[in-house]
Design a protein around this ligand. Structure first.
Ligand SMILES: Nc1nc(=O)c2c([nH]1)NC[C@@H]1CN(c3ccc(C(=O)N[C@@H](CCC(=O)O)C(=O)O)cc3)CN21
Ligand SMILES: CC(C)C(=O)C(=O)O
Ligand SMILES: [Mg+2]
Length: 280
């Protein structure tokens, strides 16, 4: 089924869980879409898992558009959400609308996601007024790594928890149709989920959210620069890939690849003629 703001809202109301994964390319998008994923997130985590940066700060609008367009071409049913990269919306309401518009017009995203609460509500309101659905993102917001002092769980003190709940209500009021909560204590995330009308999607925020998201290279066991506590490995694809790469190399070295079945034939007459010409 084609996922929309409305079908995702209905899932929350029916108590049906929403499944979301990050995605950055066409081939993977097709596989995830065929597996029935509800939402694909072209995350700025592509800075880490695709481009090899140590954080998401250097990711550009061009990076995001390039990968969002590739993902969109592979999807029939899932909703494609594109992350707004660092400094593409914090600078002004105008920048926020222009850049959200580019992700939709050039990347064919169905929605955009941005980090922050009350401080970005003006941007959320303006983007939604331009008919671009918005997902908000609270808790551990990686674009603030340099002010948060690292990738740490958020909302543990009474003040911080109250602030998160207030921010959650504010982004819903500003028009966000869903909320991602990252590295938030499970009981707090459950309270936010119960309080809000829009679906919540957790990553390190416990089972009480309306949906879950993970970075796909983490859940496939392909990425090892760091391993957040909230990751479950659903497969050892990294191991499978390494074994296949090593086997490819040794089969080449041993002369076992390629064989006749991977090669193209030419008629004996043509070859005989060529060999004769070569001798002349
Ligand atoms: N591969 C990948 N997976 C992610 O989940 C992810 C990214 N990249 N890039 C963008 C952000 C950064 N994220 C991160 C990065 C590191 C930790 C981490 O190392 N957490 C530790 C320490 C927690 C603490 O000190 O409180 C952990 O044990 O979870 C968590 C989330 C989540 N996002
Ligand atoms: C981890 C998710 C929520 C994200 O924002 C990303 O992948 O960039
Ligand atoms: Mg992100």
């Amino acid at each position: 089924m084609k996922q929309t703001v409305q079908t995702l809202q209905a899932m929350k109301e029916r108590g049906e869980k929403i499944a979301m994964l990050t995605c950055y390319d066409y081939t993977t998008a097709k596989l995830m879409d065929e597996a029935g994923m509800d939402m694909l997130l072209v995350g700025d985590s592509l800075g880490n898992v695709i481009l090899g940066y140590s954080d998401t700060i250097s990711v550009t609008m061009e990076d995001m558009i390039h990968h969002t367009a590739a993902v969109s071409r592979g999807v029939q049913n899932a909703m494609v959400v594109a992350d707004m990269p660092f400094l593409s919306y914090q600078t002004s309401v105008y920048d926020a609308v222009v850049n959200a518009g580019r992700l939709m017009k050039e990347g064919r995203a169905g929605a955009v996601k941005l980090e922050g609460g009350k401080l970005v509500c003006e941007q959320i309101r303006a983007i939604v007024n331009a008919s671009i659905p918005v997902v908000a993102h609270l808790g551990m917001t990686p674009q603030s790594v340099n002010t948060l002092g690292g990738f740490k769980v958020q909302g543990k003190t009474a003040d911080a928890a109250r602030q998160l709940l207030e921010d959650a209500k504010a982004v819903e009021e500003a028009g966000a149709f869903a909320l991602v909560m990252e590295c938030v204590p499970a009981k707090l995330a459950a309270l936010v989920t119960k309080t809000l009308h829009i679906p919540t999607i957790g990553i390190g925020a416990g089972a009480g959210c309306d949906g879950q998201v993970l970075v796909y290279q983490d859940m496939l066991g392909m990425f090892s620069d760091y391993r957040p506590k909230f990751v479950r490995k659903f497969a050892e694809v990294g191991k499978v890939m390494q074994e296949a790469f090593a086997s490819y190399r040794s089969e080449i070295q041993e002369g076992n690849f390629p064989t006749e079945e991977h090669s193209f034939a030419i008629s004996n007459e043509v070859m005989a003629q060529l060999e004769q010409e070569a001798q002349a």
